[in-house]
Write a new protein. Structure first.
Length: 649
């Protein structure tokens, strides 16, 4: 079939395809929306330039009059209406439709990703500082609705109508930047510095649109990139489209292949057959020095995902083997790198033997039913984890001695097994008590090790409302077990909650919160130093390490701290309830708050607070009695009534 193509251009890919179709002598009608777009496409013997926007009716007429049999759509990724029109016309006229798509660029951790222009505006309105708009003129009228338009510095094409539109939207002439891109990273950096930019707005338009140079320039300069996600699009990249028309794929056009490989404990003997094959075929082997040792070929030494991604991007090589310790799906840095680059290259995760799997087979303990954690560079509540689990396997780091000394404060009956340099010639495995393992580590500590902990007296069944007699008590007031049970139910804690106990007293509520939020953290605040001593004693008794006590007035503490909490319990406010609540809610509008009121004054203050602010709160009153033995009789003795107010979450 002899092709007669309607090429919807206006992008770098469109210009390249126009040149390609002219070279292979295919009759092509190039459609551009503006005079500026027309100037960017050179005339050719087999090219006819058509300037002007084509709606469905105009596109249909054009295709019929010019006997078009193929539409190649290389419009901008965000030109969704034009693409939809082209699809409808091709279906109506029974023509072939080819969508040209750009490869997505890598994920940037320090960027703010949004789904739409509207969401970007909503976010920017919560910020301060100058904004560099690199999204073109199409959405300028939307961005001009921001509360302070003087913050906007739009970078647009030098087209008279566009400049006039920007001025009519209230944007200062001095803020309008008229330039044709794409722009290098250096030019973007220069603009950011010159204009004192704090936020850069861009669309994920792909490498050919200069997207990556913009984002990297912003991140390097401490500017927040606000990235509008690309609409979901399916199609072919430019090289695949050229091949459809007989173009041979050159070496330069082959997508880079990246294999992220789990190498097991480390010794090359433990590599899988597939891992060995991919490493052998790689142009470059990447990884930490320990990982790449024993492999021949070109190497790049790094364990940082961002450095590895930058190296792959700038390299002219095509096949890369990135080596990660253990298994890529088990406490590995592999996932971070994978999500950075998966849309840009042909990326594969290749599993390996986890060090914990290898270790468990060495010591003959089953992994199934065991708790597996990593404390390598992570803040883990190890005491709570050991309290709740009979068998714990942990990947450790240089803090291993500190962690074991902490365990020793809470347990005296643990059985441990520690392994270092697994699979290597200097592999060492030692078993014994905490003291025995610590003695071994005095002269043998290494950066990476794995640890097995057996707790014969583990327990995880915790019932709210612990008996008062279970607590070590002093003179400080304590919330009774019946009230604690209702309070804990009202708090609705999750394992990872971050909680503050305002006016903690003896800390009975703090202890119960720590038992519930066993992967989270509890901040107990009280002016009485004795409360801190009692809490620490009860922490050891109940084996919870996730409570931090602060001796302070609660309002003074909140005003001097910037911590954000998911939950707050207020058992004592010192008459400053309004200010306490204002701070907690300002930092997290969804914070779950429970207030226990003993006095009518506190009840009135709390009730007025929620009423004045239109907060939908639940108010409960608890009255209960306890029996007291008098001679041969049991007399019921009434306790003070408690009012519980809860809201949020």
């Amino acid at each position: 079939m002899k092709h007669r193509i309607l090429l919807l251009a206006g992008t770098t890919e469109g210009r390249r395809l126009a040149e390609f179709f002219n070279e292979i002598k295919v009759e092509t009608f190039v459609s551009v929306a503006t005079e500026y777009g027309e100037e960017l496409v050179e005339e050719g013997e087999y090219l006819t330039i058509n300037m002007g926007r084509l709606d469905i009716e105009k596109m249909t007429d054009f295709c019929e009059k010019n006997s078009i049999n193929t539409i190649v759509d290389s419009t901008h990724p965000y030109a969704v209406i034009v693409s939809e029109n082209a699809r409808l016309v091709s279906e109506k006229l029974n023509m072939k439709y080819i969508r040209v798509v750009r490869n997505k660029c890598r994920f940037f951790e320090k960027a703010k990703y949004v789904d739409s222009v509207e969401e970007a505006i909503e976010y920017l309105d919560t910020t301060e500082g100058n904004i560099l708009l690199t999204t073109g003129s199409k959405d300028l009228s939307k961005f001009a609705t921001i509360s302070d338009v003087s913050r906007l510095y739009p970078r647009i094409l030098a087209v008279a109508d566009t400049i006039v539109e920007a001025e009519n939207l209230g944007i200062k002439k001095a803020n309008i930047i008229c330039m044709q891109g794409p722009f290098s990273k250096e030019i973007n950096v220069a603009m950011i510095r010159q204009l004192n930019i704090k936020y850069l707005v861009t669309k994920n338009s792909g490498k050919s649109g200069g997207y990556r140079d913009k984002v990297e320039a912003a991140i390097d300069e401490g500017v927040v990139p606000v990235i509008i996600k690309r609409p979901v699009d399916e199609g072919y990249d430019i090289n695949e489209v050229m091949m459809m028309f007989g173009h041979e794929k050159t070496k330069e056009e082959i997508r880079k292949q990246v294999s992220i490989i789990g190498i097991g404990p480390g010794n090359t003997e433990n590599l899988t057959i597939k891992a060995k094959k991919l490493i052998g075929e790689a142009d470059v082997i990447i990884g930490a020095r320990r990982m790449v040792r024993g492999h021949s070929g070109e190497k790049y030494i790094s364990h940082k995902p961002s450095e590895i991604a930058d190296y792959i991007d700038k390299s002219d090589k095509k096949k890369f083997a990135v080596l990660m310790s253990g298994d890529v799906n088990f406490f590995s840095g592999a996932k971070k790198l994978y999500f950075m680059i998966k849309d840009e290259y042909d990326t594969e995760l290749v599993p390996g033997i986890s060090s914990l799997v290898y270790f468990s087979s060495k010591i003959g303990v089953e992994l199934s039913g065991s708790k597996m954690i990593s404390i390598h560079g992570k803040d883990v509540n190890l005491v709570s984890c050991v309290r709740r689990n009979e068998n714990v396997f942990a990947i450790t780091d240089k803090t291993i001695v500190q962690k074991l000394e902490e365990l020793r404060e809470y347990f005296d009956d643990l059985e441990l097994c520690l392994a270092q340099s697994l699979s290597y010639d200097d592999e060492a495995i030692v078993s014994g008590s905490i003291d025995e393992v610590l003695e071994f580590l005095k002269d043998n500590i290494k950066l990476l090790a794995v640890l097995y902990i057996h707790n014969p007296n583990s327990y995880r069944d915790y019932q709210i409302g612990i008996e008062d007699s279970e607590f070590i008590r002093g003179k400080a007031p304590m919330t009774k077990s019946e009230v604690r049970a209702v309070t804990m139910g009202a708090l609705r804690l999750s394992p990872k909650s971050k909680v503050i106990d305002c006016g903690s007293g003896t800390g009975s509520v703090s202890i119960e919160m720590a038992l519930s939020a066993y992967e989270g953290r509890v901040r107990a605040v009280d002016r009485n130093a004795e409360c801190g001593h009692l809490i620490k004693e009860n922490m050891k008794k109940f084996k919870v390490e996730n409570i931090d006590f602060v001796e302070s007035d609660i309002l003074d503490y909140l005003e001097s701290s910037d911590e954000v909490y998911t939950h707050a319990f207020i058992g004592g406010s010192g008459g400053k309830l309004d200010k306490i609540l204002d701070i907690l809610i300002a930092r997290n509008e969804k914070v779950r708050v429970v207030i226990n009121c003993i006095t009518l004054e506190t009840l009135s203050q709390a009730n007025n607070y929620v009423k004045d602010r239109g907060i939908d709160a639940s108010i409960s009153q608890i009255s209960f009695s306890r029996s007291k033995k008098i001679a041969s009789y049991n007399m019921m003795m009434g306790e003070n009534p408690i009012y519980i107010i809860s809201f949020g979450g």
